[in-house]
Design a protein around this ligand. Structure first.
Ligand code: PXP
Length: 250
């Protein structure tokens, strides 16, 4: 078993359901069910389930979060924007962890990390409220030393380093630079006693590069696993990713 934990983001299982059942996600015919997917992920060896309740509810719905909270066996990591509406829901549901992300309505997926320095004033009270309710807090940040320092100052338990720029690097030179940034940010975060997670754009090919980033505890992966599941089924897709994560040197 790998020391590196896999959190599976199941948003795109809900995306598929919403493609047909957006107006009636609770219909008896509405499929695929994100909770069934979450259970399968757990049975295949995932260490946690990740879902993002977006303001526009384009995939995961409020009811999905309630059912996940009641039924999953590992841990629920809820990605969330820092808004009153979502905070109220999260404080009612009490997931094990949240990951605060920047959220723009027009984006296809989360673009860029949270600017912890610029948003410190609004993040601070939210972090306190969540932690007071017993929820562990992660901040999704770009891999820069400044953002790591700002996250550490806020007193969060974890950071999730944004790996999207590494995943999308289209020259070897850029890839090398992105990898160096991730390596330095991961080391700095660990030195500040933060749990270091990583996510966004990680797939079955670039996972090898992620092995070069030290100090990681958890990878949060969605799109590539759900896409692979179309060909081989969810259980095999998870097992293949876990096998690819197995030799992480730590
Ligand atoms: N981590 C965060 C904070 C995200 O916003 C997302 C996308 O929802 C992921 C991880 C998963 O990214 P991907 O779907 O590209 O694997």
């Amino acid at each position: 078993m790998s020391g590196l934990r896999l959190g599976v983001n199941i948003d795109h299982v809900a995306t598929l359901r919403q493609a047909r059942y957006a107006t009636m996600p609770e219909s008896k015919n509405a499929e695929p069910d994100p909770l069934v997917a979450a259970r399968m992920c757990e049975q295949a060896g995932a260490g946690g389930i990740v879902a993002h309740l977006r303001a526009d509810r384009r995939h995961i719905q409020d009811r999905d979060i309630e059912r996940l909270r009641q039924n999953i066996m590992t841990k629920l990591n809820l990605e969330m924007g820092n808004t009153e509406e979502i905070i109220d829901i999260v404080l009612r549901i009490v997931p094990d962890e949240v990951c605060l992300v920047p959220e723009k309505r027009e984006e296809i997926t989360t673009e860029g990390g949270l600017d912890v320095i610029a948003n410190r004033k609004t993040l601070e009270p939210t972090v306190k409220r969540l932690q007071t309710s017993g929820i562990k807090v992660s901040l999704f940040i770009d891999p820069t030393l400044e953002q790591v320092d700002a996250a550490a100052e806020l007193g969060v338990e974890m950071v999730e380093l944004h790996t999207g720029s590494l995943a999308n690097a289209f020259t070897e030179k850029i890839q090398k630079e992105e990898l160096e940034q991730l390596r330095a940010a991961a080391r700095a975060a660990a030195e500040s006693h933060l749990q270091v997670n990583a996510g966004h754009g990680i797939n079955y090919k670039n996972i090898e590069l992620i092995h070069q980033v030290p100090c990681l505890t958890e990878l949060n992966i969605g799109h590539s696993i759900v896409s692979r599941a179309v060909w081989v089924g969810l259980e095999t897709a998870i097992k293949e990713m876990l096998a690819a994560m197995k030799n992480y040197p730590g």
